[in-house]
Design a protein around this ligand. Structure first.
Ligand code: GLU
Length: 467
């Protein structure tokens, strides 16, 4: 069994493309097959090498590990020309010399008559009658399509039927010698021994053409599986209007690849039960293309954020660190310096960006702490505030050892001895240390900052009160 993911490098890796890649990989892994990566870059107008590189690096980021490739179709142009010529020689395709103007005129005439446009077949008649007089000059190569049913069984859509009658003599090779998508995809699927083609639903109408080509090359068609569309929350095709659409954008928002892959795997498939969090390795034990739902899947960004939060909470600091580095900018430190801080803050955000934000108080200089206005208004009050903070500073200064249990004990003893609720000390302490109204558990914060910074930050807040 061999599957392939065959992106066209005309932009970033779309999340729909990423899901196609994942489903191909999972099916291959489930059945002990191979997965090939093929870059379909024969559309010279729209293909860009840097897009191909971005797609490859997004796939690597996602952890999609193909077995062969990337192979580039642009390296294989001679093969496509050769195969098109073979079909001409075998009488299964023909040269068409009709000019763009002629074709346009036919198209407008069809439009005026309210009929669907179909190539007139002029050059086919000439070719078949052997009276074709022109043998050189600009031409395309067209497939000779015969009427008759084209039936196939799709793993997802079930039995699919098309009428050859309705299919045009489609172009295989353009006048500039470049293949059309139909030719290159079938030549490659044959040459690369692809057994299963899983691709977006938008290709369904291309499939009968491909089946005709497999027949013309006297090869068996691969098994097809057309994946349902991914819709936005507005039930329209996923687009920029309703959120990010590329894997890169989600990376930049602070989604970890494991969470994105898990989320995308659930778009149109489910392992059964209410199981939602699983690894690719687990999914590869359960997945089968024939279990994919044919109804469109809805991309719920809120759910992705939730899932990412679940992943962050379950991942170790060591696993999170490499993904977090870009979000820390010039405040980045070594993993050893950050391990405890990551452990403390990883549950405090749904994205890496939010975790990096929660880490800020631990990474900035004492002088850079600014006090949240709302939290200050709520917690920095009372005539005795300054005294409270000074006593707390002195008590913590003497805490021995400087660990979570002891610093907590010290604070609670002080509160009790002054007849105060512990909150009267904890909230101002949190503001002094982080500038914020919310933080990881306060004594974890105290210990992570250490005695010196705790004292310095308390002093800094105390200094803001005159007198
Ligand atoms: N290159 C096509 C695309 O990006 C996919 C072709 C295929 O999978 O057959 O839409």
């Amino acid at each position: 069994m061999k599957l392939r993911f065959a992106p066209s490098p005309t932009g970033f890796l779309h999340v729909g493309g990423a899901r196609t890649a994942i489903f191909n990989l999972l099916h291959a892994r489930r059945h002990g097959g191979q997965m090939l990566l093929r870059i379909e870059d024969t559309d010279v107008e729209r293909s860009r090498q840097h897009h191909a590189e971005q797609i490859v690096s997004s796939l690597q980021w996602l952890g999609i590990d193909w077995d062969e490739g990337p192979l580039y179709q642009s390296d294989r142009l001679d093969l496509y020309r050769q195969r098109a010529e073979e079909l001409v020689t075998a009488g299964k395709a023909y040269r068409c010399y009709c000019t763009v103007e002629e074709l346009e005129a036919d198209r407008s005439a069809a439009e005026v008559a309210g009929k669907p446009y179909k190539y007139s077949g002029k050059c086919r008649v000439l070719a078949e009658s052997g009276t074709a007089s022109i043998t050189d000059g600009a031409h395309v190569i067209r497939m000779k399509v015969s009427p008759g049913p084209i039936d196939f069984h799709d793993l997802i859509r079930g039995d699919v039927h098309f009428e050859g009658e309705l299919i045009d003599d489609f172009v295989l090779l353009r006048s500039d010698g470049y293949p059309t998508y139909h030719l290159s995809v079938v030549v490659d699927d044959i040459d690369m021994a692809i057994t299963h083609v899983a691709r977006g639903d938008d290709h369904l109408s291309n499939t009968p053409k491909h089946i005709l080509l497999f027949r013309a090359f006297e090869r068996e068609s691969p098994v097809f599986a057309h994946l349902p569309l991914i819709l936005g929350p507005d039930k329209k095709r996923l687009s920029k209007r309703t959120g990010a659409t590329s894997a890169e954008e989600y990376r930049d928002l602070g989604i970890v690849p494991q969470a994105l892959v898990n989320f995308l795997t659930l778009l149109g498939w489910s392992p059964g039960g209410d199981r939602e969090l699983f690894t690719t390795t687990e999914a590869a034990d359960w997945f089968d293309l024939s279990d994919v739902n044919k109804a469109p899947a809805i991309f719920d960004q809120e759910k992705l954020l939730w899932m990412n939060g679940q992943y962050l909470a379950r991942m170790s600091a060591d696993e999170i660190y490499p993904h977090l580095v870009p979000f820390l900018g010039d405040r980045v430190r070594s993993l050893d310096e950050l391990r405890a801080i990551i452990e403390m803050t990883k549950v405090r955000g749904r994205t890496l960006a939010e975790v990096a934000d929660a880490m800020q108080p631990f990474l900035i200089e004492d002088e850079a702490i600014t006090y949240d206005a709302e939290a200050s208004k709520k917690h920095l009050k009372g005539e005795d505030l300054k005294l409270r903070l000074e006593e707390l500073r002195d008590a913590l200064g003497a805490a021995e050892p400087f660990d979570v249990a002891t610093t907590e004990q010290v604070l609670r003893t002080l509160a009790e001895s002054r007849g105060l609720g512990a909150g009267k000390l904890i909230h101002p302490l949190r503001l002094a240390l982080t500038g914020r109204g919310a933080s990881p558990p306060i004594f974890d914060v105290v210990v992570a900052l250490g005695r010196e910074k705790t004292i310095a930050r308390l002093n800094r807040l105390i200094a803001t009160f005159a007198g």
